[in-house]
Design a protein around this ligand. Structure first.
Ligand code: FAD
Length: 450
């Protein structure tokens, strides 16, 4: 059969949510996926004997759409390991341990961080994350970079560096001078407030037993056999008001509706006949992926636990700006310990310019500064390769450049004839997270059914 009610492009969580909801409502659905697997940015893989969450992995309490789906699919979760002290390396280069979520900085810096967090919470509370351009200060906040906004708020460089860390390297994975203060407020509003971004125990709360890719795998398994075509990249779409024909290297398929469940940057990789309206093509030239290298370093034992450390470490001044204990508590008989760390934006640029051996040494040296000399001798080292993968080309997600959220944001979720667009990157709540992928998938399915 080549005629369907709906053709979905992309078998990430967004596309598979759309397909599940439409199939459950009795619609005929086809899902076309470019890769040889489902899950998109979720990938749980055995790499040389170590099971790794190569892409997304953590679930936080605000992700109620994801929590409901995990429940619906009958999956189980377990908490991230967090017993013991965390480590912070400050602007003075001194390593300090601490408990709770507040970094061990001077009293004046701590007071400045608190004041900034309070102000960002206030701004986020005024925003509907589905329409950030309607924020009372939208125009002003969208014209200024987050770095410039922070500089206007405080003279304390360590307070600025810490607050920038939560949104820049840790979330949008872009330098704080390259996205607007409005985008920073959106990131906060989409997670239920800036205070949540500051709290690693909240944001990185739990993991799914067996890995988060079990969510898209379970969604795919609920569809009738043959619904998901792997290795079928969509290259061209011919569309008219009544429907669209989708072309791949293997054939063509007709749908009354077509859902592009791909990141906004990859929407433009497809050829459209006729071309999409100019604003659509313009808009997507102002959206880009951030860049972060997710590092997985496995040791014979989780040695940091014996040192009284939780494995949680932060520093805006380290190559690895954040790291956590990522030991697979759900793998029976696992005695090894795994740390996960992140190298983001311009630090990632400089790391990627090195040879693999140099990269590994630089990363291990950064970890040794957090956890001591034992960090220099892992049994396994792996860098997630999303930036080199043509069906993502970056990580974690995409965001607008300065001034474009107010200029184009309202077109992000607009249908074009029979074409609908969905992705975690255009979500309100759950923006750039699996929760947002589910919300966007459900919204598009509801719109088509209506
Ligand atoms: P994608 O997963 O990108 O799916 C899009 C699919 O479309 C892909 O499978 C792609 O191959 C396919 N595709 C693209 N173009 C075409 C085409 N032309 N034809 C056919 N198919 C096409 N989120 C969390 O909630 N918690 C986390 O801890 C977390 N950590 C992350 C860590 C990393 C390293 C990364 C990369 C992401 C992380 N995320 C996390 C984000 C989360 O993974 C994504 O927001 C979510 O998985 C995106 O789902 P999606 O379906 O919208 O997009």
């Amino acid at each position: 059969m080549t005629d369907f009610d709906v053709v979905v492009v992309g078998a990430g969580v967004t596309g598979l949510t759309v397909a599940n909801r439409l199939h459950a409502a009795g619609r005929s659905v086809l899902v076309l996926e470019a890769r040889d697997r489902v899950g998109g940015r979720l990938l749980t893989e055995d790499v040389e004997g170590v099971r790794l969450e190569v892409g997304g992995q953590w679930v936080s309490p605000d992700q109620t759409a994801l929590l409901a789906l995990i429940d619906e699919l009958g999956l189980e979760m377990y908490p991230r390991y967090r017993a013991g002290d965390s480590v912070y390396i400050g602007r003075d280069g001194v390593r300090r341990t601490f408990e709770g979520e507040k970094f061990p900085v001077s009293e004046t810096t701590a007071a400045e961080v608190d004041r900034l967090v309070e102000e960002l919470d206030r701004l986020a509370a005024q925003m509907d994350p589905l329409s950030p351009w309607e924020h009372p200060d939208a125009e002003v906040l969208d014209r200024i970079s987050f770095a410039a906004w922070l500089a206007g708020q405080t003279d304390d460089p360590e307070a600025r560096d810490n607050v920038a860390l939560y949104v820049g390297p840790a979330m949008l994975t872009k330098p704080a001078h390259s996205f607007s203060a409005l985008s920073a407020v959106l990131m906060a509003a989409s997670a239920g407030g800036f205070s949540h971004l500051v709290d690693a125990d909240f944001i990185l709360d739990r993991r799914v037993v067996g890995g988060l890719q079990r969510v898209p795998l379970a969604l795919a398994s609920r569809l009738p056999a043959g619904t998901v075509h792997l290795d079928e990249a969509v290259t061209k779409i011919e569309w008219a008001d009544e429907g669209a024909t989708v072309f791949t290297g293997r054939g063509s398929y007709h749908g009354r509706n077509v859902v592009l469940a791909v990141p906004p940057t990859l929407v433009s990789r497809v050829q459209y006949i006729p071309a999409l309206p100019p604003v659509q093509a313009q808009m997507r030239q102002h959206i880009s992926f951030g860049l972060v290298i997710k590092l997985h370093i496995t040791y014979e034992t989780p040695f940091w636990r014996d040192l009284g450390l939780s494995g949680t470490a932060f520093s805006p001044y380290s190559l690895v700006h954040e790291a956590y204990d990522n030991t697979n508590e759900d793998v029976e008989g696992e005695t090894r310990g795994t740390l996960v760390g992140f190298v983001s934006d311009v630090k990632a640029d400089s790391l990627l310019a090195l040879t693999p051996e140099e990269r590994r040494s630089r990363v291990l040296e950064a970890l040794a500064a957090y956890y001591g000399e034992q960090a220099l001798t892992p049994v396994h080292y792996y860098e997630s390769p999303w930036m080199a993968d043509e069906w993502t080309v970056g990580a974690f997600g995409t965001s607008f450049d300065i001034g474009s959220l107010t200029r184009y944001g309202r077109h992000l979720r607009a249908d074009v004839g029979p074409l609908a667009f969905a992705s975690s990157d255009i979500a309100g709540l759950g923006f750039q997270h699996v929760d947002g992928a589910i919300r966007m998938g459900e919204a598009v399915a509801a719109r088509i059914l209506a």
